[in-house]
Write a protein that binds this ligand. Structure first.
Ligand code: THU
Length: 160
């Protein structure tokens, strides 16, 4: 038997260390969260994606009375970026959330979103930064793939 370990590199930074780029992305994500449609959970999530060109695309969670039909903020933003700018690689994704009116101190993408993050970095053959931003601090991963060890991706499917 062989025991192994997966380690995930990430940084934790205080608000005073937030760069101008990070603050701009955060501002977009906060505005996006205000546009969330979350009448069932009252959990308002905003995501902002920065593309290589510098374009910022945002998304928020969009819920549905048939719960699984709704979509998370991260996927709304990434699918929107893919639909609008299919050839512009994703450089960074920043996420914020509010529960009622309170800012949540860092929120992490759900499993389904992590799978979609993997597809996006695979599509452009380029890992991207994931920033989970709270009021006091942010958690930063420079490589989105850290969020999904042992991921299933297109390379697992049979070749034609
Ligand atoms: N949600 C997101 O938009 N992103 C996450 O990372 C976690 C959860 C949404 C889905 C649902 O509308 C609400 O938050 C409660 O789960």
């Amino acid at each position: 038997m062989k025991s192994n370990q997966v380690t995930i590199p990430y940084r934790e930074i205080g608000r005073e260390e937030f760069s101008d780029d990070l603050l701009l992305l955060e501002q977009h994500a906060v505005e996006a969260a205000q546009k969330a449609y979350a009448p069932y959970s009252h959990f308002y999530v905003g995501a902002a994606v920065r593309l290589s060109s510098g374009t910022i695309v945002t998304g928020s969670n969009q819920e549905n009375a048939a719960y699984p039909s709704g979509l998370c903020a991260e996927r709304t933003a990434l699918f929107s970026a893919g639909a609008l700018y299919p050839n512009d690689p994703v450089e960074a994704l920043l996420i914020v959330a509010f529960s009622q009116d309170e800012r949540v101190e860092t929120i992490t993408p759900c499993g389904a979103c992590r799978q979609v993050l993997m597809e996006v970095s695979g599509r452009f053959n380029r890992p991207f930064q994931v920033i989970m931003a709270g009021e006091k601090r942010a958690i930063v991963l420079d490589d989105n793939k850290g969020l999904l060890p042992f991921a299933f991706d297109g390379s697992d499917l049979p070749k034609e």
